[in-house]
Design a protein around this ligand. Structure first.
Ligand SMILES: O=C(O)CCC(=O)C(=O)O
Ligand SMILES: [Fe+2]
Length: 390
């Protein structure tokens, strides 16, 4: 059983050179080693990127993430009450179309507080918008006829996060290209749908009274299902990671230097962790960290209610369509053998748990792994989305 300490502080790696240098470069080799070590020891790490050292074409629109107040200002527009009323008509779940920069339709989905996203039966005190990198990701759903230009900003953010994720897989981790879908969506052109499951979610967490915070978690404990998650959180913090060894929740502390660097936090997801682990032994090579989010504390001045909320942008990367855990498995033994170890901590992976609220007896996490490992992961995720009623 893997009982490595993964208490804070979490490592921080400046990955700017991953956008500019080729793989023979010594500085990039050091960055690769630091990032891989962070993934092995923690399954998560901070990254910083210095846009002033990049030509804009290397990471388009990186400046949109440079300044916390600008991100918050932009995102407050889409959570503004009047904006929500006019685009969702007061509904708690609504797909809203908007004109993208190609002047064709894209879609974003709003979820209000009553919309449950996880396994617990309580309402989580947050609102969110989500957008798929695939233009047709939401197009099959019913939507209103209004169009909102403000939502097109979500596509720009999606693109930045995708470029960061791609650069990590290709230039930093140097893993095979099946862990991530590189291509832009062309579904409009070819009339297919969901060419990639990659998606951005923007969360706005309510500020709560101090006594309420532990009873009403912003996000209940979970691991992320996919290849990799990229998180931008504002200076309220609130993201916490669990250390299994010390049975302790640790804050993901922010570096608040006003140095104009883009500051993100990276999580390894269940897919990557399962593919890189040696399932025949008991060892997790790259853990998929258990994490949760605490809501911010409400200040005494009621008028400051809005300023007290916490904002985060969370981007989920998934493997290429059609790829199973077994296809991506880096352990030849695990890829070939049917036998899996009884010591491997399958229970730690949310993707292997039935997250629906129905009472029926679920198979064990190990049994689920056995069944799931050879199924294309996009099919697995479609089933998971049904479990959490998306
Ligand atoms: O809001 C955050 O910082 C993280 C949320 C999260 O963990 C998730 O949506 O999977
Ligand atoms: Fe998460």
């Amino acid at each position: 059983m893997c009982l490595r300490c993964c208490c804070d502080p979490y490592p921080s790696v400046d990955i700017t050179c991953a956008f500019t240098k080729d793989s023979a470069d010594e500085q990039l080799k050091r960055v690769q080693a630091q990032a891989v070590e962070a993934c092995q020891n923690f399954g998560c790490f901070h990254v910083t990127i210095d846009p002033s050292k990049l030509e804009p074409s290397k990471l388009e629109n990186a400046q949109l993430l440079q300044d916390e107040s600008k991100v918050k200002q932009a995102m407050e527009q889409i959570f503004d009450k009047d904006f929500l009323d006019s685009h969702t008509g007061g509904e708690q779940i609504k797909v809203v179309p908007f004109l993208n920069r190609h002047k064709t339709m894209s879609y974003a989905k709003y979820r209000g507080r009553a919309a449950e996203s996880g396994s617990s039966s309580n309402t989580e005190p947050k609102q969110s918008w989500e957008i798929f990198r695939c233009k047709n990701g939401l197009s099959g759903e019913s939507f209103s006829e209004t169009d909102s230009g403000d939502l097109s900003l979500l596509e720009k953010y999606t693109k930045i996060f995708h470029q960061v994720s791609l650069s990590l897989f290709q230039n930093v981790f140097q893993l095979p290209n099946m862990f991530i879908e590189e291509k832009d969506c062309t579904c409009g052109k070819y009339d297919c749908s969901l060419c990639t499951m990659d998606l951005l979610r923007v969360f706005r967490y309510d500020a709560l009274e101090r006594e309420e915070i532990m009873n009403s978690l912003g996000s209940s404990p979970h691991t992320d299902w996919g290849s990799l998650t990229v998180v931008w959180q504002d200076s309220k913090g609130g993201l916490q990671i669990y250390c299994h060894k010390h049975e302790k929740w640790n804050n993901v502390n922010l570096n608040l230097d006003n140095d104009k660097k883009v500051k993100l936090f990276i999580h390894v997801g269940d897919f990557t962790s399962l593919a890189l682990s040696d399932i025949n032994s008991s060892s997790i090579n790259w853990p998929s960290p258990l994490h949760r989010v605490l809501c911010p504390t409400r200040s005494d001045e009621l008028t400051k209610d809005n300023g007290d909320t916490r904002l985060s942008l969370v981007y989920f990367s998934y493997p290429k369509r059609g790829i199973s855990i077994q296809d991506a498995s880096q352990s030849k033994m695990a890829a070939e053998s049917m036998a899996t170890s009884n010591d491997f901590p399958f229970d730690r992976y949310m993707v292997l748990h039935n997250q629906s609220n129905n009472e029926k007896v679920s198979p064990s996490a190990k049994e689920t792994y056995e069944r799931m490992k050879s199924i294309p992961f996009d099919k697995v995720i479609e089933e998971k989305w049904k479990q959490v009623q998306r």
